[in-house]
Design a protein around this ligand. Structure first.
Ligand SMILES: [Zn+2]
Length: 176
């Protein structure tokens, strides 16, 4: 099991827990000292990811997490949060009992969640996953993002409505 931070293969298990579908192990890298979680499933059925060029590849938790860690470089995001994101996506996909899933679908599911966590990491990840042809396409993506921010960003902008105002507004609208 490679460390997602430094790729070292030496790690020790610091905690192990059985869940309904597998064993979750908390590991500590002996090389860089960082901690990460691995998840071993009881079921052996592989989940295949169909890539754009037609090739199939087995779904890899570590590989997807690795991509997210690169996209999140120097952003203040706990690796555990990204691990949880990957696990959520994997659980959802496996729960649907599909034999294979297009890589595009996996990417969209990850981006949807990453967008709620960090905008910069989202744009970085999207730029790789959607393999933008040129800068213009990237700009369209960013502009689209800014025009349609996730719901969490809109909350602070909401202004409190003065009490008793609602009725007056409604009457004005209907009067025309
Ligand atoms: Zn390490």
């Amino acid at each position: 099991m490679r460390c997602p931070f430094c790729s070292s293969v030496d790690s020790k298990v610091v905690d192990s827990r059985d869940t309904e579908t597998g064993i979750r192990r908390r590991r500590e890298c002996l090389s860089c000292g960082k901690r990460f979680t691995t998840y071993e499933r009881f079921e052996a059925t592989p989940l295949w990811v169909l890539k754009k060029d037609g090739r199939r590849e087995e779904f890899s938790h570590q590989k997807l997490l690795g991509g997210l860690l690169i996209a999140s470089k120097k952003r203040d995001i706990a690796p555990e949060r990204l691990g949880a994101l990957v696990e959520e996506v994997e659980n959802q996909l496996r729960g649907e009992h599909l034999a294979e899933v297009p890589s595009r679908v996996v990417g969209e599911m990850v981006m949807e969640r990453l967008r709620e966590i960090d905008e910069i990491a989202y744009v970085r990840f999207a730029s790789v996953y959607r393999s933008f042809k040129d800068v213009a396409e990237m700009r369209t993506e960013i502009e689209d993002f800014l025009a349609h921010p996730p719901p969490t960003r809109r909350l602070p902008a909401r202004r409190p409505r003065p009490a008793g105002d609602a009725g007056a507004e409604l009457a004005l609208d209907l009067g025309k």
